[in-house]
Design a protein around this ligand. Structure first.
Ligand code: NOJ
Ligand code: CA
Length: 704
């Protein structure tokens, strides 16, 4: 480990100060972090291969009702250590993950106030993490935070792929622009999903991906968000300095801290190769090891569902139109007629179970199975769902037995309508019901304004709730996939029954306004940094009018790209979201969805450029089969792929699902070709993706 401690005179933050700087470098020496006290303020900077990544930036917290933890600091002690360990995730992109870093713990004191605060830096070859730590002490015990002021001073007007800062939704299309253009583009950027809690014209969400003019890829996010509120970044666009901006609670308080405690890690990833951004395990590594002794019940899931019929097809979650909008416990569903547009009925669910069993899917999600959907959204009602009472046309006992008899499980759905206290009150009964019928996975959702009223989706209280739902589920051996919950920060390492999250704009928006064609070339650089996304790919019918005459939606992707998403959008939870009858029309292409794995021994990113294209290759868990996926933006993409990742001594057959020459995401999305050819580790494949297109390849060994 190369560690230096230097007396230096620095030209820092515009003033000359004599100070004692400390430094830590990454194991390969490419990344350096310097820490210093400048005019009493903790200050750090970061470089990569000698280039500035973060200019001198202050660190500190402003408190409510007591002296801030911002300045008048002195350094007490600095401790260095290193760490190198390889661990195995319960599921993941790779079977082995190396956690290799150098650490610098800076212990600080505010002598005038008798207080102590530490800042811990971990420096990896692909980025850094730092966090504030608050040891037990006499004059600092329990404190509300007015704001965290962690700065990230950029070295230029970088290109960024960003979504608007917002306390309640992440379901925005991305904008690609210079940092200096964010302010001017904000209004257009939010038009895809405006929320009332936009807090600043230059506020953005993390994970934020950037690229510098000299080819550095920089990503800012956070890791291990526990008992704290979620961080946004607010840009001072005169000086190109980002500063943390936490999500407030209903009182405007940004966080409540009680010693001993620490903040989540603030992360900055950097490389001169975009593929390293996608391959990085930094966020997972900064999380704690698995909290469970027995993880044998946690299994990746490939599923179909009674879902697109409502989202895309315009049918209903609700059972009836007859009932007035009254309290749930006053409704009597047995005395009313179904409106006939309720897909969560026994016959239809049985059809999905048969389809799942025939084609090897693990589970069938059923939304709209439970009473309450007649008036579920937009009224800020406390009590909407009880999570245990099925509609009269959904035979819960029979359908579970039928599914199990065919080797399939039903997947539970808990829409909370953001009435979180109500959900917590019913949670144990809801999980018990799942145990009774043999469900082992739940998709939950948090649509609408939060209850308790005034709380936000990404505040500390809610973040604690999402984790509570996951750890309570673990007691029942239940896996959780939460939609509309806070963006993931690698907690799936510690709690691997958190098998998915939405927390970004998913396929559902293709049926409303459509996603920008480059969307899936950005998400792996941003949203997926923190954990897998339940993106729900696999739409084969792009013209939404075909299933819903009232829809103006169009899925902005070719069919071949829909296949590729199973590889490029890493997740242990993958849905085939379209109608069974659409798959039956394209059985040869559907074969890829049937074949593709959901858990991996090894992953490689062959080509990548944010907003342009991503090509990933993955080796299936416990198998010699490889799967390759490419997703391209509206310009399309040409690749020459070397298959040198294949075993040198084996022969393989590749099945290539590609866009046809005249394919186009808008006009001709269903034009694809399927080609079979023998390949080996020496093969080079020339492939191209149409505008908004992609390709998918399955490669299986033959003979031997
Ligand atoms: C929004 C979710 O993202 C979607 O998947 C779900 O169907 C609806 N909420 C209803 O819960
Ligand atoms: Ca959603």
């Amino acid at each position: 480990m190369k560690i230096q401690q230097l007396f230096v005179t620095l030209l820092c933050m515009g003033s000359i100060v004599g100070s004692y700087a400390v430094e830590v470098a990454s194991p390969n020496g490419n990344i350096r972090v310097d820490f210093n006290i400048v005019d009493g303020r903790p200050t750090y900077e970061m470089s990569y291969k000698g280039k500035t990544v973060i200019r001198p930036s202050h660190l500190g917290l402003e408190l409510i009702g007591s002296t801030d933890l911002m300045d008048k600091f002195e350094e007490r002690n600095v401790t260095y250590s290193d760490f190198d360990e390889t661990w195995q995730p319960v599921w993941g992109e790779n079977k082995d993950i190396r956690n290799h870093y150098n650490e610098m713990l800076v212990e600080l004191a505010q002598p005038a106030h008798g207080r102590f605060m530490n800042i811990r830096f971990r420096v990896y070859d692909d980025g850094i993490g730092f966090r504030y730590e608050f040891p037990v002490q006499q004059y600092l015990d329990y404190f509300p935070v007015k704001e965290e002021h962690s700065q990230f001073a950029m070295a230029g007007d970088h290109t960024a792929w960003w979504i608007a800062g917002d306390y309640d939704t992440q379901e925005y299309d991305y904008t690609e622009s210079r940092l200096s253009e964010i302010r001017g583009l904000m209004e257009t950027a939010i038009s895809s999903n405006a929320s009332q809690t936009l807090f600043s014209p230059t506020g953005v969400q993390t994970s934020l991906q950037m690229k510098t003019d000299d080819g550095l890829y920089i990503n800012i996010h956070e890791a291990a968000l526990v008992n704290y509120s979620c961080m946004h970044l607010n840009l001072d666009d005169k000086n190109m300095v980002f500063e943390s901006w936490l999500t407030p609670d209903a009182q405007g308080v940004k966080a409540y801290v009680q010693t001993p405690d620490h903040t989540p890690w603030r992360t900055v990833m950097v490389s001169d190769d975009a593929r390293d951004m996608l391959a990085s395990d930094l966020i997972l590594n900064l999380n704690e090891p698995c909290a469970y002794d027995d993880t044998s019940w946690i299994k990746p899931v490939k599923y179909v569902g009674v879902w697109w019929e409502m989202i895309g097809g315009g049918k209903q979650w609700s059972y009836t139109n007859d009932l007035p909008s009254v309290k749930l416990d006053r409704l009597d569903y047995t005395k009313t007629k179904c409106h006939g547009q309720h897909p969560a009925n026994t016959d239809n669910v049985r059809r999905y179970i048969d389809f799942a069993a025939e084609h090897g899917f693990d589970q069938v999600l059923v939304e709209g199975w439970n009473i309450g959907w007649e008036d579920w959204f937009g009224k800020s009602k406390d009590y909407v769902f009880d999570f245990v009472t099925p509609y009269p046309d959904f035979d819960i006992e029979y359908l579970n037995e039928y599914a199990h008899s065919k080797g399939v499980r039903l997947m539970m759905h808990h829409e909370t309508s953001a009435s979180v206290r109500n959900y917590e009150r019913h949670m144990e009964a809801a999980y018990n019901l799942m145990d009774k019928y043999g469900y082992n996975a739940v998709k939950s959702g948090y649509v609408g304004n939060m209850i308790p009223r005034g709380e936000h989706h990404y505040g500390q209280w809610l973040n604690n709730h999402y984790l509570y739902a996951v750890t309570e589920a673990a007691k029942h051996k239940i896996m959780v996939n939460a939609h509309e919950a806070v963006r993931p920060t690698g907690l799936c390492r510690t709690y691997p029954n958190l098998i998915g999250n939405e927390s970004a704009r998913g396929t559902e928006y293709e049926s409303f306004a459509g996603n920008k064609p480059f969307h899936t070339t950005v998400l792996p650089f941003t949203r997926l940094q923190g954990g897998p996304m339940d993106y729900t790919p696999g739409i084969f019918e792009m013209d939404m009018k075909k299933i819903n005459p009232n829809s103006s939606g169009h899925v902005n992707s070719t069919l071949a790209r829909q296949l590729a998403l199973y590889v490029t959008m890493y997740s242990p939870l993958q849905m085939a979201a379209d109608y069974p009858e659409h798959y039956e029309r394209f059985m040869d292409a559907f074969q890829f969805i049937k074949d593709v794995a959901v858990d991996w021994d090894e992953s490689r990113y062959l080509e990548a450029e944010p907003g342009r294209y991503i090509v990933a290759a993955r080796k299936a868990k416990g198998s010699d089969d490889w799967f390759v996926g490419c997703t391209a933006n509206e310009d399309g993409h040409s690749s020459v792929l070397s298959l040198d990742f294949l075993d040198k001594d084996r022969k393989y057959e590749a099945v290539i699902y590609a866009d046809a020459k005249d394919a186009h995401y808008r006009d001709n999305p269903q034009a694809y070709t399927i080609t079979k050819k023998p390949v080996s580790s020496k093969s080079k494949l020339k492939l191209s993706a149409a505008p908004g297109g992609g390709y998918a390849i399955s490669i299986k060994p033959v003979g031997k």
